[in-house]
Design a protein around this ligand. Structure first.
Ligand code: ATP
Ligand code: MG
Length: 144
């Protein structure tokens, strides 16, 4: 089993799409291990996207990610990282394949509804960025 971090970004919350996007995520077979609504501080957004700090879009990205509340969640599934990236689609909704969450709901390259970890290693780091092990539900199929 693999873990990945998902963020329903401020545009998703503003557009009242939390339920619809969660439905897509659950129907795709992901199990939610932890979930929290939060409003990122500038420090958190800067640290979370630090890998992009030299990019032109970084200041706007930090502004956007702190523009309202978002929902952070730890997800589990076999091949979770790659499968979640496939489910959400390309960064730019204009390039996202039909049937993907970004194709269905996103407005622009910046306001693209959802974040997904890009590697297994980053998935582990990003889950740990938001959740302590004690916050991660241990129940499994057949146990709940
Ligand atoms: P994420 O990391 O949020 O899952 P991603 O991995 O598809 O998205 P990245 O290249 O990591 O894309 O970019 C991080 C985020 O920065 C994008 O999701 C988007 O919100 C924003 N972003 C990326 N490129 C641009 C751009 N050229 N213009 C505006 N915003 C951008
Ligand atoms: Mg990324």
């Amino acid at each position: 089993m693999e873990r990945t971090l998902a963020i329903l970004k401020p545009d998703c919350v503003r557009k009242q799409l939390i339920g619809q996007v969660l439905d897509r995520i659950e129907r795709a077979g992901f199990r939610i291990l932890a979930l929290r609504m939060t409003w990122l501080t500038r420090e958190q957004a800067e640290a979370f996207y630090a890998v992009h700090r030299e990019r032109d879009f970084y200041p706007d990205l930090v502004e956007f990610m702190t523009s309202g509340p978002c929902v952070v969640m730890a997800l589990e599934k076999e091949n979770a990282v790659a499968d979640f990236r496939a489910l959400i689609g390309a960064t730019d909704p204009a390039e996202a394949a039909e049937g993907t969450i970004r194709h269905q709901f996103a407005d622009s390259k910046q306001c693209n509804i959802v974040h997904g970890s890009d590697t297994v290693e980053n998935g582990q780091k990003e889950v740990a960025f938001f959740f302590g092990e004690g916050e991660i539900v241990r129940n499994r199929v057949g146990v709940m």
